[in-house]
Design a protein around this ligand. Structure first.
Ligand code: ATP
Length: 323
């Protein structure tokens, strides 16, 4: 509770500033980067080593080396239970690893609290919890300016938390609502938004602290197909304005459409990396998905597998016919 109280005290009047070094830059060229897990990137914004997290007998995360390229959109994919969310939580300080070190902009983030991680310019989106659903859209946005104190903070008594908040927070919130076409929903309860609008709100809220790196947790989950293109456009616009994007996603169309680089996890480890065009053809990736329970849309792969199966059956029938 002490942390929540501290959060509340600091919430009033925080200005959503980050030592922003954002600049528009050309899309990074990753054509020369190798496909081996943990491959070196030309200009990594995150570098991690030996990151492990164990739950009982299960090693949920066991990452030898990871680099995330600055200014790129990187997708983190893998079958259910691969450790993607746990890795997200570790990198952003919402969970503590058993071992490992990692840095953001060359600054070590070991044992750095989530709100400090956000202050340094690295934020993650949160799914709209029940508590947040009962707040209006603009109230959600103002909470985004409190530099992400984590879900325990969201559960703190809200009344009066932002009483003294600066005008600039509201102005920034309104600008972002306009950009994400949520301005007409300003006073609506967040719980009344559609799936796609919720995702936009999650993104807009994370941008309140003007992050250099934004981590999106399944941005396409529950989004109506009609809204998907618009959401993809918003994610691309984050990169185009110089931000780095790291996202966890099961929607392979999205992964293919917008990623510059894909990192594949399975059983806690990074098993492959590559451009979206090449990564899904790697044997380690095929093995990871086919060897695990998954709800992922791997249509191309499934189609190939089905075709091969059908051909084998036809061959077998033909052989039988000959006999
Ligand atoms: N707090 C926890 N306590 C115990 N086990 C956990 C906890 N959090 C995660 N796990 C386990 O760790 C493994 C990795 O989970 P994680 O949620 O990181 O996977 P994921 O790749 O994000 O999966 P999904 O795509 O289904 O969200 C899973 O086996 C999960 O059951």
């Amino acid at each position: 509770m002490a942390a929540d109280t501290a959060g509340a005290a600091d919430a009033g009047g925080t200005t959503p500033t980050t030592p922003t070094t954002l600049e528009k830059r050309p899309r990074p060229d990753l054509s020369g980067v190798g496909n081996a897990p943990g491959s070196k990137k030309p200009d990594p914004i995150i570098v991690g080593d030996g990151i492990t997290r164990q739950f009982g007998g299960l090693k949920a995360v066991d990452v030898d080396h990871i680099e995330i390229q600055r200014g790129a959109i990187t997708a983190l994919i893998g079958p259910n239970g691969a450790g993607k969310t746990t890795l997200f939580n570790l990198l952003t300080g919402f969970d503590v690893p058993d071992s490992g070190k990692w840095s953001f902009n060359d600054k070590s983030l070991e044992r750095v609290a989530p709100y400090k991680v956000a202050r340094l310019g690295m934020v993650r989106t949160f799914q709209l919890t029940k508590v947040l659903a009962k707040l209006t859209v603009i109230e959600n946005m103002r909470l985004g300016a409190t530099k992400q104190r984590g879900e325990r903070f969201w559960a703190a008594p809200f009344a009066g938390l932002w009483r003294g908040q600066e005008k600039s927070n509201t102005e920034r919130a309104d600008d972002l609502l306009q950009r994400f076409k949520l301005d007409a929903k300003r006073e609506d309860f967040a719980g009344s938004l559609s799936g796609g609008q919720r995702k936009l709100l999650e993104m807009a809220r994370a941008l309140m602290v003007d992050p250099e790196l934004i981590m999106l947790d399944e941005p396409m989950a529950g989004v109506n197909p009609a809204l998907k293109q618009s959401l993809l456009g918003h994610v691309k616009s984050l990169r185009d304005e110089g931000r780095t994007v790291l996202f966890v996603e099961h929607d392979m169309d999205m992964v293919r459409d917008i990623s510059d680089w894909v990192i594949v996890m399975a059983q806690g480890q990074i098993v492959a990396e590559g451009t979206p065009d090449t990564v899904m053809q790697q044997q380690a990736v095929i093995d990871a998905y086919l060897g695990a329970h998954h709800d992922t849309d791997l249509r191309e792969m499934d189609e190939k597998a089905l075709e091969a199966e059908a051909e084998a059956e036809l061959d077998a029938e033909a052989e039988e016919g000959k006999a």
